[in-house]
Structure formats: structure tokens, C-alpha cells
Design a protein around this ligand. Sequence first.
Ligand SMILES: [Zn+2]
Ligand SMILES: [Zn+2]
Length: 98
Amino acid sequence: MPIRRPTHSLANRPGHQCKSDRVRAMRNTGRWQKVRKIQLERSPLCSCGAPAAHAHHVKPLSDHPELCYSMANLQSLCAACHERHHTEHATDNTRETR
Ligand SMILES: [Zn+2]
Ligand SMILES: [Zn+2]
């Protein structure tokens, strides 16, 4: 597998945080804010019935960065379910939020 060098400043950061840094950077883009808003407007409720507060990525961005803005990969979750989801599925490097 060829190693793709990040061309931006994140390459200078120590450690192995590039994935989560990339995810964090993505979340600050206007494009993400827009996709997230559309998702929450389309599905304003969490599967538990509470008002959704998060557009959660079903397939984690750390594994599927190409699905970042894919509506098909989004799921509306309330804060509690989102937290639980990430707690249950988190293995040290696959978290997309927190
Ligand atoms: Zn999430
Ligand atoms: Zn919920």
C-alpha cells in the first residue's frame, strides 16, 4: 500500500493523530455543516424518538473518509444515543467525535 503523504500542516504534528485531525478539520468545513443540516432536517428524530442532535457517520470516517459528505452514510442521533454509539464502537483510533 503506497503511503500518501498529507500535504498540509498536519504532517508536522507528532504522534499518530492524523486521522482524527483530519476528521476534526473536516467537521469545520462549510460543506459538512451544510450536509449535517440537511440530514437533521430530513431526519429530525433519533431512532429512540428524541430530537436528533448529531449527524452520525454510520461507517466511521477514519475508515471511510470518502463517505464524509455522503448522505447515505449519515444517521440522525440524539446526544445520548450518539455518545453510547461511540462508546460501544470505539476502539482507540476509530472515533470520529469527542
Ligand atoms: Zn458519530
Ligand atoms: Zn436517541
